[in-house]
Design a protein around this ligand. Structure first.
Ligand SMILES: [Zn+2]
Ligand SMILES: [Zn+2]
Length: 241
């Protein structure tokens, strides 16, 4: 609570400067935001060298995976994106970066003309959860604050307390996909399966790396009755600019 008030007063007392060019006015000025290339395509989430996909969301070789497809807005190779995500997720925890970051996702949906994916009004946004320990440290779930903006923009439900992370997992950095899958297995539970029964879920995360986390979430969501699970990530690692 104190952190919230502190940010509120700091914003009030001190003007904001673009974290890229230092221009006064906003956290990321429109000029700098416009330099970020929005990904115009949809790619198979599980191909190491991502294959473009059009309708099915996944390439032929990855049809058995649980995640139905992935929308990734930008490349994590972009320096400004990396900086924004880092200041958003780690100290100094600039929560308001959720706005420009959500803007990148909305732009991706506009550019790929994939907005029809979001017209199903029974679909639900669910953020990839973090443990209560992490939540206490950061003060917010970074994926949840982005998912909240998307749910308001697209007029779809948001569930932040149904999919829960119950296991503290080792940091995934530096692990192979198999090691990550093993590491994350059993980390998530659904509290109320009725809320997701037969629904399409849009699972929101910050950075998509190997997909092990989203795949495990998708497995748990489907085992509890979800019909389809699509991932939405701000940035994808490994996707060329
Ligand atoms: Zn700027
Ligand atoms: Zn594939």
């Amino acid at each position: 609570m104190f952190k919230k008030w502190k940010t509120f007063f700091l914003d009030l007392l001190f003007p904001q400067f673009c974290l890229n060019c230092q221009k006064e006015g906003s956290l990321v000025c429109p000029d700098c935001l416009a330099t970020i290339d929005i990904n115009p395509f949809q790619y198979c989430p599980f191909c190491f060298f991502p294959n473009r996909v059009i309708k099915n969301g996944k390439c032929q070789s990855h049809q058995t995976f649980q995640l139905n497809g992935l929308f990734s807005a930008v490349s994590y190779q972009d320096k400004l994106v990396k900086k924004m995500v880092s200041l958003f997720k780690y100290e100094p925890f600039i929560r308001n970066l959720c706005q420009p970051l959500a803007f990148l996702i909305i732009s991706h949906f506009m550019l790929t003309q994939n907005q029809q994916a979001l017209v199903d009004k029974s679909a639900v946004f669910i953020p990839v959860p973090i443990t209560t320990k992490k939540l206490r440290k950061r003060g917010y779930n970074q994926s949840a604050v982005v998912a909240k903006i998307l749910s308001i923009y697209y007029g779809l439900d948001l569930q932040t307390k149904n999919l829960m992370k119950i296991k503290n997992t080792q940091d995934q950095v530096g692990l192979s996909r198999q090691e990550r899958q093993h590491n994350i297995f059993g980390a998530f539970v659904i509290k109320n399966p009725d809320l997701i029964a037969k629904k399409t879920i849009f699972l929101v995360d910050d950075v998509f790396t190997t997909g092990a986390t989203m795949e495990e979430c998708a497995r748990v969501l489907k085992a509890n009755g979800a019909k389809k699970v699509y991932g939405i990530a701000i940035a994808r690692e490994g996707l060329e600019k």
